[in-house]
Design a protein around this ligand. Structure first.
Ligand code: HGY
Ligand code: MN
Ligand code: MN
Length: 423
């Protein structure tokens, strides 16, 4: 049967949401959600998720960089792998669903298939990626890039804010840093990658739609900028003799907002972090570090905006007689979703539209980055978005509508059913 009954879909959706709440308790924060790469919380979360994968009839393993895997084995010889998943790490003070829900829905899908007599002609692999947010070590998509053979051994030397290197953290976690690149997958073994994710924006809510088919994922670049001036006494240093790094950074932050706002194709730029040293009330700041995150649907637009920001930063540094440091920490090209997977998801939405009253599921681009963009170089990928009430994400008020999650599992199930029919 290619569709779920509403009560089964509802039961699955409910449990996926409940499990997101269970995992939200595994946090480094007392009064919020934070789960970073290679922490005890990461380890605990993988253990809990592995148990749920076992309950769903899957075999499970953790790979060389700490991604958690489950597999519903196919009996077909030389079976390829369909991977369904998302990430299990979070930003600080996160919501409960960003990434997590996509992994839980993958496990629900496996459980539903396992409870039927359906013999899949391909393995159904569910993955919980270990680090999509890049919160602990200033690089991101570590788990998914490792699959695409893009784990950069230089990352092993990156240290967190306590001075612990990624290599050290891997060893303490029980991983062998020298084996990290072994997490790479053989592209020829892959059928595709599907990711269900909350939209994290206002579009579906604005269109009163539960689900959306993602067309492309915006390109993104991230950097850490450093203004080096001269610390000095706040009381004795005349204004015209100052080399104030905090004021220079502030001038650039306002310029970043203006330059991005002046763009015409939806480009966005954000400074989310600032650290001024020595950070005393009565001391002029000699060194200020800020983060920079720039996104655009087209790589050419991204580079145009970044060039404008770089020129402005150099101009400010020159005018204020400061030194400017610029360290790139992340770059991911804009990537299109696979047409066949988009069609399959659209077909599954249409098949379920009546039974679940799930609307026409519009197509839309993703402004947020996702593991799917890192997997794209090795296999076709597609994404299904679930409405974000209030368009809120990366915040405790991040929410989902239970009925929308019910619809998403029904669509996922039908899409898998339609896919296996093609074999
Ligand atoms: O930043 C992003 O786009 C994603 O949520 N990590
Ligand atoms: Mn996120
Ligand atoms: Mn995410």
């Amino acid at each position: 049967m290619q569709t779920l009954t509403p009560d089964i879909a509802e039961q699955s959706g409910k449990r996926a949401i409940e499990r997101c709440h269970t995992l939200s308790k595994i946090s480094e924060m007392d009064n919020g959600i934070l789960r970073q790469y290679l922490t005890e919380e990461h380890k605990r979360c993988n253990q809990v998720v592995a148990d749920w994968m076992t309950d769903a009839g899957m075999t499970k393993w953790q790979d060389e960089v700490g991604n958690q895997w489950g597999r519903l084995e196919s009996k077909s010889a030389n079976a390829k792998r369909l991977i369904v998943g998302s990430h299990l790490d979070t930003v600080p003070n996160a919501g409960a669903y960003d990434g997590i829900l996509g992994v839980m829905l993958g496990i629900e899908l496996a459980e539903l298939i396992n409870s039927t007599s359906l013999e899949l002609p391909f393995h159904l692999d569910v993955v919980g990626f270990c680090d999509e947010e890049g919160t602990r070590f200033a690089t991101t998509l570590i788990g998914s890039k490792a699959l695409a053979n893009e784990f950069d051994p230089q990352w092993l030397d990156i240290t967190d804010n306590k001075g612990i290197s990624m290599a050290q953290a891997m060893e303490e976690f029980g991983l062998d840093p020298s084996k990290a690149t072994d997490a790479a997958l053989l592209p020829e073994s892959l059928l595709g990658y599907w990711e269900v994710h909350i939209e994290q924006g206002p579009v579906l809510e604005d269109q009163q739609q539960a689900l959306g088919i993602v067309t492309a994922i915006a390109g993104a670049k991230r950097a850490m900028l450093e203004f080096i001036g001269q610390s000095g006494h706040a009381g004795t240093t005349p204004m015209h003799l100052r080399q104030d790094s905090l004021v220079a950074a502030s001038e650039l932050i306002l310029a970043v907002e203006q330059l991005a706002s002046d763009c015409k194709n939806g480009e966005v730029a954000t400074v989310g972090f600032i650290d001024a040293k020595p950070g005393a009330t009565n001391v002029i700041s000699g060194k200020t570090v800020i983060s920079l995150d720039v996104r655009a649907q087209k790589d050419a637009d991204l580079d145009i905006l970044i060039n404008k920001i770089q020129q402005r930063a150099e101009q400010i540094a020159k005018q204020r007689k400061l030194k400017l440091g610029w360290q790139w920490t992340h770059a991911a090209d804009a990537v299109d979703c696979d047409e066949n997977i988009m069609d399959l998801l659209q077909q599954a939405c249409s098949i379920n539209e009546q039974a679940f009253n799930s609307g026409h599921s519009p197509k839309l681009p993703s402004g947020a980055g996702h593991d799917a963009m890192a997997v794209a170089p090795i296999c076709p990928m597609g994404m299904l978005f679930i409405r974000s009430p209030g368009g809120i994400s990366h915040h405790p008020s991040e929410a989902v509508i239970e009925d929308d999650v019910t619809k998403s599992i029904a669509v996922l199930y039908t899409a898998l059913f339609e896919l296996q029919k093609k074999f």
